[in-house]
Design a binder for this molecule. Structure first.
Ligand SMILES: CC(C)(COP(=O)(O)OP(=O)(O)OC[C@H]1O[C@@H](n2cnc3c(N)ncnc32)[C@H](O)[C@@H]1OP(=O)(O)O)[C@@H](O)C(=O)NCCC(=O)NCCS
Length: 159
């Protein structure tokens, strides 16, 4: 399979926060933010693999600052790593206060997506073509996260 560059699948999805996305205090629900992040990760992974994808797991999800009703949410998803059938997608969320123009970094997380064939079985994905030192750094960190996750999974079986 031909390697593909990160920029070919990177996407930014945007959404205005409306009252029905929020709690009574006017803060966007965490679940709504996660849904948008998952959608963006899914689009990036689908663009890269040209396959149906599912979310296998999410790590290091952090809610850093609240997002308020009226904010414009900018959700950027970019591939950091490809395995055989899996991809890691880093999703960064910023919120823009449209009245002041101030943009805050509000949330981030890493989504592991797995490409599936027509029978719903994991299928190979094109390798990620690393273009610079920053992408190499992200790739190396992703490999460590995956290793760590696999070790934690084997230790926590059935408990
Ligand atoms: C994700 C899923 C397809 C993996 O199936 P599986 O039979 O365990 O597949 P395998 O063991 O062959 O693993 C396939 C790949 O997934 C990765 N994987 C499996 N479980 C994972 C997890 N929890 N987190 C991250 N990656 C995972 C494996 O490391 C492997 O990657 P690689 O091919 O790059 O080395 C399966 O568990 C599934 O369908 N889960 C439900 C997904 C879902 O419904 N998501 C919500 C809606 S989108």
């Amino acid at each position: 399979m031909e390697p593909k560059v990160r920029s070919a699948s990177t996407i930014t999805m945007t959404q205005i926060v409306l009252p029905f996305h929020a709690n009574v205090a006017g803060n966007m629900h965490g679940g709504e933010v996660m849904k948008l992040m998952d959608s963006a990760a899914g689009v990036a992974a689908t663009r890269h693999s040209l396959s149906n994808v599912v979310t296998a797991s999410v790590t290091q999800l952090s809610f850093i600052e609240p997002i308020l009703v009226g904010d414009l949410v900018l959700c950027k998803a970019e591939l950091t790593y490809t395995g055989n059938t899996s991809m890691e997608v880093y999703v960064r969320v910023d919120a823009e206060d449209l009245n002041s123009g101030i943009i805050k970094h509000v949330c981030e997380g890493y989504f592991f997506m797995v490409a599936l064939d027509r029978n719903g079985r994991p299928t190979k994905v094109p390798p990620l073509l690393i273009e610079n030192e920053e992408e190499q750094r992200c790739y190396d960190l992703a490999r460590k996260r995956i290793q760590h996750m696999k070790e934690a999974k084997s230790k926590s079986q059935n408990c």
